[in-house]
Design a protein around this ligand. Structure first.
Ligand code: C5P
Length: 223
């Protein structure tokens, strides 16, 4: 709505995994479903923001009122993010692959001979850290996510400083007691890490996490 708490603001959201090709049929990916990022984009749009959602490959419908840009790789995501700037707030929810294969094979790798192929990896750009360290076009409020399996808040606190983010939303993605990964599930247990401290939220549906975060974002931008 025009009179929503984020009306007149541009919010940029990244979501989903990235796919890093090995050859024309194979890729490296991760368990990210995109649900949390899409829920944040939806909540920001409901709050009146103009929303740009840059997403890796996911199976989700575009939320109403959201401009969606589909990408596959980390480098494509970084290009799309740069093009979408400036933004009042960027929420980097994407589970960007840390590494990509150094060389992509142009033909499908074959099982010939006995030796399996060796994948040589190289580091992807860190999109969040890039925004955090850029004096040009840095969003006023820069929010990152940190999926962790241990020392969740400690690692997120360190990450907030290292990446130049204002907030890091830490979430626990350990295996549950049945040995299933919680990444890709419908719920999230998050901790909001800011320069002032840590706020622990209870386990909530990802839509509810999104509502709380958008409320906090609107408050911070309107302060
Ligand atoms: O270091 P880690 O991957 O845990 O950091 C997570 C945060 O950094 C998320 O906000 C994620 O979207 C962002 N990130 C990024 N580009 C990368 C790696 C992570 O923007 N190459």
């Amino acid at each position: 709505p025009d009179d929503g708490p984020l009306s007149g603001r541009h919010v940029l959201v990244t979501a989903g995994p990235t796919h890093e090709p090995i050859d024309p049929v194979r890729y490296i990916a991760n368990r990210s479903s995109g649900q949390q990022g899409f829920a944040i984009a939806a909540a920001a749009a409901r709050a009146g923001a103009r929303v740009t959602l840059v997403t890796g490959p996911v199976r989700l419908a575009t939320p109403p009122g959201v401009d969606r840009i589909d990408v596959e790789t980390a480098r494509q995501m970084q290009d799309a993010v740069k093009k979408a700037l400036p933004a009042d707030c960027a929420v980097m929810v994407a589970a960007v692959a840390d590494w990509r294969t150094k060389d992509v094979a142009n033909s499908k790798l074959k099982k010939r001979g006995s030796a399996p192929p060796v994948l040589v990896l190289t580091e992807n750009p860190d999109i969040l850290a890039g925004l955090g360290s850029s004096p040009l076009n840095k969003p006023r409020l820069l929010v990152g996510f940190a999926a962790e399996t241990d020392k969740v808040v400690e690692h997120a606190t360190e990450k907030r400083k290292r990446k130049g983010a204002d907030w890091i939303i830490a979430n626990d993605v350990s295996f549950d007691k049945n040995g299933r990964s919680v990444m890709g599930g419908a719920k999230n247990t998050v901790h909001i890490v800011t320069r002032d401290g840590v706020e622990d939220l209870p386990e909530m549906a990802k839509e509810d996490v999104a509502s709380v975060l958008v409320e906090r974002i609107a408050h911070a931008l309107n302060e």
